[in-house]
Design a protein around this ligand. Structure first.
Ligand SMILES: *Cc1c(COP(=O)(O)O)cnc(C)c1O
Length: 384
């Protein structure tokens, strides 16, 4: 073993079909991607409402940069917290119906702040086994005892809560990012009340998509509680970048005072906050976009009944087709690619070994014709 054995370590990844490559895109985020001179119909992004290249959002960014410049110049607590950031936080609090919101530059950074702010040495973080990697990392960073429990298993959550030490924090994805299913939040909140625990919900894939006017998974379930700390990320349905954490005013004040990945990083460009205000307005009036997404989902579900692989049941834009082996998932993705479609294969460690899959991401920016193309390509690949 040598400190410089990267070649060998990369070769080992390649051996297991785990080597990733990056596609260089020559068109804006949207259903029609351009890669290596080839136009591809893309089901590979998380721009669920088609806002990433929306003219109103683009214009808000342009105007924001003209008015506010580009850089914030400092962290929020020093001198980087500008009017658009402040207004955006108020808009998120109003929109989600939660007392207060704090704006972060990415969802990963938000999660890295939240768990260490809420739990420390001697405390217990109870996490769903399929939580997003950023929550796994955040839990480790908190130095609390971490209990990872079987996916959405309320009995296991209860058992872990009953034997937990110190402050207790339950943490889940609101919508699981590789399966598209929802966390059983009403049951989890009841458990948190019984065991005096906090409930952290990372709604990266629900914000903008689920609930009344896209208010997210809490609205979907009709839940409100000072025990809930809600994380919404803004690079997916909102089509921009960033995240917010919302909840009880004291909890958010504590997060602002102590969240290290909040305090020790430069504030996001204020123009991004301007773009996000425009995006939030479009989300709020976006029922037609969400209805279109639901139509696409129904069309795919109907077509998937005759495929040789199962489509996981999902009420969200994430539609996984579980293939199994890494090489088989890659082969299916490649077969679709030859037909002009871009649907990524997701492999371990992102998903459990043996459950490699295609992750189809639907968007309101897709048309019915795009869905027809996807469904017939899947059928052809299934019949091959
Ligand atoms: C994408 C994602 C994140 C990270 O958000 P970014 O803004 O992309 O850093 C966090 N949690 C979940 C569940 C995600 O899917």
């Amino acid at each position: 073993m040598s400190a410089l054995d990267f070649r060998a370590r990369l070769a080992a990844l390649a051996e297991q079909d785990l080597l990733r490559t990056r596609a260089v895109l020559d068109a804006p985020c949207g259903p029609h991607a351009e890669v290596d001179g080839q136009r591809l119909l893309s089901f590979a992004g998380n721009d669920y409402l088609g806002l990433a290249a929306h003219p109103e959002v683009v214009e808000a960014l342009r105007e924001g940069a003209a008015r506010w410049g580009v850089g914030a110049g400092a962290s929020h607590l020093v001198s980087g917290h500008q009017r658009p950031h402040e207004e955006l936080e108020q808009a998120f609090a109003r929109f989600t119906g939660l007392p207060r919101a704090l704006f972060f530059s990415t969802g990963y950074m938000a999660n890295l702040a939240v768990l260490p702010a809420l739990a420390g040495r001697g405390d217990t973080v109870i996490a769903d086994r399929l939580n997003h990697a950023s929550l796994v990392d955040a839990a480790l960073l908190s130095r609390a005892t971490v209990r990872r429990v079987p996916h959405v298993d309320l009995t296991a959550f209860e058992r872990a809560l009953a034997s937990a030490d110190g402050r207790k924090v339950v943490v889940v994805d609101g919508v699981f990012s590789m399966d598209g299913d929802l966390a059983p939040l009403p049951g989890l909140l009841a458990l948190c009340e019984r065991h005096d625990a906090l409930l952290v919900v990372d709604d990266a894939h629900g914000f903008g998509v689920l609930g009344a006017q896209g208010r997210g998974v809490l609205s979907h379930f009709g839940l409100a509680s000072p025990r809930i700390v809600y994380v919404g990320t803004l690079g997916k349905a909102a089509g921009v970048a960033g995240a917010f954490v919302a909840g009880d005013a004291d909890a958010i004040e504590w997060l602002m005072q102590t969240g290290r990945s909040y305090r020790y990083t430069t504030a996001a460009p204020p123009a991004l906050a301007c773009a996000l205000q425009a995006s939030l307005r479009l989300i709020e009036v976006g029922d037609a976009l969400r209805a279109r997404l639901a139509g696409h989902r129904a069309q795919l579900a109907a077509a998937a009944a005759t495929l040789r692989w199962p489509l996981l049941p999902s009420d969200t834009a994430i539609q996984p087709v579980v293939v199994g082996g890494n090489a088989d998932a890659l082969a299916l993705s490649a077969a679709l690619r030859r037909r002009g479609l871009w649907v990524p294969a997701i492999r371990p460690p992102t998903v459990p070994a043996g459950s490699a899959r295609l992750r189809i991401s639907l968007s309101a920016a897709h048309t019915g014709t795009d869905l027809d193309a996807l469904c017939s390509a899947l059928q052809e690949a299934s019949d091959d």
